[in-house]
Design a protein around this ligand. Sequence first.
Ligand SMILES: [Zn+2]
Length: 408
Amino acid sequence: MRRFIPALALLLGATAVQAADPAPVTLRVGKLLDGRGGSIENALVTIQGARIVSIEPIGPGGTATPTWDLRPFTLLPGGIDTHVHLTWHFDEAGRLADEEKEPPARTVLYAVENGLATLKSGITTVQSLGAPLDAEVRDAIARGTVPGPRVLTALAPLEDAKRTPEELRADVRERKAQGADVIKIFASESIRLGGGPTFSQAQLDAACGEAKTLGLRTAVHAHGIESARRAAAAGCTSVEHGVLLDAATLAFLAGHGTYFDPNTDLIFRNYLENKAKFLGIGSYTEEGFDMMRRAGPLVLNVFQMALQTPGLKVVFGTDALAGSHGRNFEELVYRVEKGGQAPMAAVVSATSLAAESLGLGDRIGTLAAGHEADLIAVAGDPSQDIRALLRVVWVMQGGRVVVDETRR
Ligand SMILES: [Zn+2]
């Protein structure tokens, strides 16, 4: 990035602007994608404070002098990644850091760094699934003290399959009290261990049922048919991964309105590219790496079946962790180029559909009057060439421009 506008400047700017009625900011665009599958050519987008207030057609010549002339680029809502792990990072020795052993302050600063890389790459909202320290990062970004994507977090996941349904209900209430935005549940093993089911139907009914009662969503790690079916039957919000699913199970998810986030590429490619940094830690054994190598083609096939499943809501999520923060859009490129998804559908999956899956569909993910001004400009048109998303030149978050390399 040629230019990154420092947090302090943003903060001072925001304070000055908020003191009075904020002056409108106008964007002159040659083309915009609205995040819902529509596009508009030659328009003037007006932003007041953090919100989009109008989108008006304008002649190709135009007369208005905009605050930002973005005509060489395509404007669209910022990306929304529904599955990341903000705190994961490599340590000074180049190995996966052990967050249990390092000072929490260091973990938080790495998470801030990861958030910054993510924001600069055009992702303006992430759901981190998750770690307790995410809350500090989320709250600092929300205060405007450090730049980063809007963060939703699960805090610590529920993963102990020995907990009774009643204990799991209590765990969910505890997460709610701790400030979780979503509950993350491990209902199957890691794919490195085979991906078999761990939570019973009764356990998932309890956890997802209690969450729903409290107004919380649930994101369920489930690789196999049994665990994914149990999650959908329990009314959980989303199934993550799904490497071992079949067409009938995908139809079952669609029938229950369960969102599906297949992490198809970036997770496995990143692990294989950085194998030496993980190998020998926990389930990152040679055998575990073999399982991940085999999972790639499997999940690609599942993704392609998912696209053919009527009514299934396939959302964008990467499982971004150490090594892949800021590379999030590479997952979308793969889904289009290898998975055969239409580029516009891929854009929708990472904007309005992702927002809907997070319960934020009326606030973010759509470029329309009344929505928050979380916007990106890219060189090229991602509805024709998905790789344009790898060329983010400008990022606006909540009405503030945080990345600008439009004049390069
Ligand atoms: Zn994950």
